[in-house]
Design a protein around this ligand. Structure first.
Ligand SMILES: [Cu+2]
Length: 232
């Protein structure tokens, strides 16, 4: 009976498989991609099979360092609490007024942190209200099976057997182009290696963003100095 019991457990547990591949970001005029980092890749479970909510709130971190959000692209499952530690010697802010999730942690001091829970799936573009050059993306996903590429464009996702929709996103790619790269993917036994995926950045136009009031940024502050008692 014990042996039978063990085999039942094995049969009942979903086997995990790995989906891997490479993404090449292709800039207009360039023959080869140089840096293919920041591509979000995820497997969305097909059908309405509801996943049980995680017992504890998942956590993630986006650090403010050297006037940069690190990482520049952060992927999280919906329901994740994201901490924004400010390790710089100057004040920072983090806000988004794009679709996805509107939030504003207000101005906060060096060596302090703020936390925001991202509940609704979407691509949340994050900015700092006092530093125009700072930007980041938080990809809030309806799945725990995701990754973000590094500069070589390689990705690897582990997921249980089942039916999924494979999807990719990059901030400089057009939504219509990204849609054409979506595909159904069924995981059974064994790993899946996908052929190289090319994402064109053609048609990308960088548009300077506005501050949280929808206005132009002021001239850059002199950040070589500290800001005792606040920031203007
Ligand atoms: Cu800042």
């Amino acid at each position: 009976m014990r042996i039978f019991g063990i085999s039942l457990v094995l049969a009942g547990s979903a086997l995990a498989a790995t989906v891997s591949g490479t993404i090449a970001l292709v800039q207009p005029g360039a023959k080869k991609a140089r840096d293919s980092s920041g591509v979000v890749v995820w497997l969305e479970p097909a059908g309405a099979a509801a996943r049980p909510a995680p017992a504890t709130t998942p956590r993630a971190t986006m650090t403010q360092k050297n006037k940069t959000f690190i990482p520049h692209v952060l992927a999280v499952e919906a329901g994740t609490a994201v901490d924004f530690p400010n390790v710089d010697p100057i004040f920072h802010n983090a806000f988004s007024n794009y679709d996805g999730q509107i939030f504003d942690v207000q101005l906060y001091a060096p060596k302090t942190s703020r936390r925001v829970v991202f509940r609704r799936p979407g691509m949340v573009r994050v900015f700092c209200n006092i530093h125009a050059t700072m930007s980041a993306v938080i990809a809030v996903l309806p799945t725990p099976y995701f990754t973000v590429t590094g500069s070589n464009g390689r990705f690897e996702i582990h997921a249980p057997a089942g039916a999924y929709r494979f999807q990719v996103w990059h901030e400089r790619a057009q939504a219509e182009r990204l849609q054409t790269l979506e595909r159904p993917l069924t995981l059974g036994e064994g790993n899946v290696s996908l052929p190289e995926i090319s994402i064109s950045e053609e048609d990308y136009v960088a548009v300077p963003h506005k501050n949280k009031y929808g206005r132009e940024y002021r001239p850059p502050p002199q950040d070589t100095v500290f800001y005792p008692g606040g920031h203007r």
